[in-house]
Write a protein that binds this ligand. Structure first.
Ligand code: TEU
Ligand code: CA
Length: 549
């Protein structure tokens, strides 16, 4: 009997930052008290696992991805007790919670790094990667190309260079030093003992460095992940480790490990994400079909985390030059829209507020193989602000109603740590807020909630075998999710004009066709190719039922 899939295989994730979700104590900063008050909203929407952006003490040079204490909650966000109330209430509502964990580097304000700066004699010096020669690891690419010119930074006190794959205020930990590995393993256990359901493992390809390599995806990194997985397997077999390995498909696969030597049970499907947008821009299915064909089947017990957007730039690191140029042209015509090797825009502005395309991409996100990850605010049509520094423009406060600070905080507007957007327009929180979305039965919010319900109702959409079809019409993406008792046929028109197609489905001759949602049955499948017409950016979920049922 197939082992029942782990809880995370079929979860719908919802990525949020406690700092910008809801302020519970009126100091102008989102916090766990506010997030706790909004848990019923998240349960009502129909998501099943929250992914919290970094919640630890931090000088916030990288919005919390620069951690200065791995075992505490940032005081802005509340006390450990308030975090535990949040976790208890989330679990009571059937919501699981994973937290972002940054293994690769700390803040330069972490006491470990401050001690390490004392120099080679200090016991903490080897917790970081130092060199007298800034030419070491010369083949490692710079990731934050907008701000960093080198992966080495000089430290005046230590009189040596230190290694940093991200901002120079984020020194990399030295995973060749055993106490670092032990401390990080203990940190994971610390939070799991408090009831956390798992982690999103940040920047996992960069943990180790070796000369004459790209310093990404090294065997030593995979060996550490095997050690990490084995360590948790005994006491926390249900704990999720969701890897952020932003790599080409063949380089992401190894992060799942093998059944004999497992690593991370879930990884983000970075290869797919930009190609969903590229297919729209090019009005053809190929970018999606090619990457899905190029993605080998996962080892048993593993699952992709699929997503449209997140708190970072829409990364173009793993597409080729031609694809990147097409994406820049289609989605980032203004240089301000670009950040590093990506596009710092939220979903709705990226798609010009075109609800048809937003629904189309969500219809694919919720029916393609993988566990979908929604980004907070996309459900209410939230906008961005490209005039804010770095990626902050895609991390604005959530808007709950049309009241003071749009329901985010009771503080005076001037006290908000993160200001609400000011630009008038279709995404202004006056119109794009939860209350307005819920009050309008024909809003995208209700459409999304209904699709989440259908996905929860149809195990075929979560676990069905994926079969890609190849209709004549290149603008049409069509695939099946099949199980013995039913199949779901998904058809999508990637173009802005109506398209006709005819699908070869001889294996389903005589099967009944029921649209999801809706009940007006379509004609059953005959021997002929099945004709369908889709409107601009149209899409269908069609339930196929065998004649017997
Ligand atoms: O990003 C890791 C990373 O490699 C980024 O370059 C990412 O691939 C790119 O931004 C597109 O997603 C993680 C966090 O997501 C990011 O917010 C942090 O700034 C970074 O790590 C450093 O902790
Ligand atoms: Ca607060």
């Amino acid at each position: 009997m197939l082992q029942a899939p782990a809880w995370y295989h079929e979860a719908v994730f919802y990525e949020l930052a406690p700092r910008t979700f809801c302020d519970g104590n009126g100091d102008g900063i989102g916090d766990f008290k506010g997030l706790t008050q909004r848990l019923p909203y998240l349960a009502e929407l129909g998501v099943s696992c929250l992914w919290l952006l970094p919640m630890y003490p931090s000088p916030l040079r990288d919005d919390g991805y620069d951690i200065s204490d791995y075992r505490a909650i940032h005081p802005d966000l509340g006390s450990l007790a308030e975090f535990q109330v949040f976790l208890r209430d989330a679990h009571a509502l059937g919501l699981r919670v994973i937290a972002d964990l940054v293994l690769n580097h700390t803040s330069d304000q972490h006491p470990w790094f401050q001690a390490a700066r004392e120099g080679p004699g200090h016991p903490y010096h080897d917790w970081y990667v130092w060199s007298d020669d800034p030419g070491r690891y010369a083949e490692a690419r710079i990731i934050f190309t907008d701000t960093e010119r080198s992966n080495w930074a000089w430290d005046d006190q230590a009189r040596r260079y230190y290694w940093h794959r991200f901002f120079s205020s984020q020194p990399d930990l030295n995973y060749d030093h055993p106490p670092v590995q032990s401390e990080m393993l203990a940190t994971l256990e610390h939070w799991l003992e408090l009831g956390l359901d798992g982690f999103r493992v940040d920047a996992v390809p960069y943990l180790f460095e070796r000369e004459n390599t790209s310093c990404e995806n090294l065997p030593e990194t995979h060996a550490f992940l095997r050690r990490l997985r084995a360590r948790l397997a005994e006491r926390f077999p249900e704990a999720l480790l969701l890897g952020e390995a932003n790599q080409w498909p063949e380089d992401v696969l190894p992060y799942f490990g093998t059944p004999e030597a497992p690593e991370l049970p879930m990884n983000f499907h970075f290869p797919l994400m930009p190609r969903l947008f590229l297919a729209l821009a090019q009005q053809r299915r190929d970018p999606i079909a090619q990457v899905l064909t190029r993605t080998p089947p996962l080892p048993p017990g593993c699952q992709w985390a699929t997503f449209l957007r997140n708190h970072d730039e829409l990364t173009l690191e793993m597409v080729d030059e031609v694809e990147r140029a097409a994406m820049w042209a289609a989605y980032a015509p203004e240089p301000r829209m670009r950040c590093n090797v990506g596009i710092r825009r939220r979903l709705w502005p990226l798609l010009e507020g075109d609800r048809r395309r937003v629904e189309l991409l969500h219809a694919l996100l919720l029916s393609l193989p993988g566990a979908p990850v929604l980004y907070y605010g996309d459900e209410i049509g939230m906008g961005d602000d490209i005039h804010r520094p770095d990626r902050h423009g895609v991390r604005l406060p959530m808007a709950w109603d049309d009241g003071r600070n749009f329901g985010f905080s009771a503080a005076p507007p001037s006290q908000l740590r993160v200001a609400m957007p000011g630009d008038p327009g279709p995404y202004h929180p006056l119109v794009a807020n939860v209350a307005a979305a819920r009050a309008n039965p024909s809003s995208f919010w209700h459409w999304l909630r209904e699709r989440l319900r259908l996905r929860a109702e149809h195990v075929t959409l979560r676990r069905g075998e994926f079969v890609l079809l190849a209709p004549e019409n290149p603008a049409i993406l069509a695939f099946l999710r099949t199980m013995a008792h039913e199949a779901v046929l998904v058809v999508a028109n990637m173009s802005p004009v109506a398209q006709a197609t005819a699908l070869e489905l001889s294996a389903h001759t005589g099967w009944r066709v029921v649209p999801l949602p809706g009940a007006r049955p379509f004609p059953p499948f005959g021997d002929e190719p099945y004709p369908l017409t889709l409107g601009p950016y149209g899409h269908l979920w069609l339930q196929l039922l065998p004649p017997s049922r």
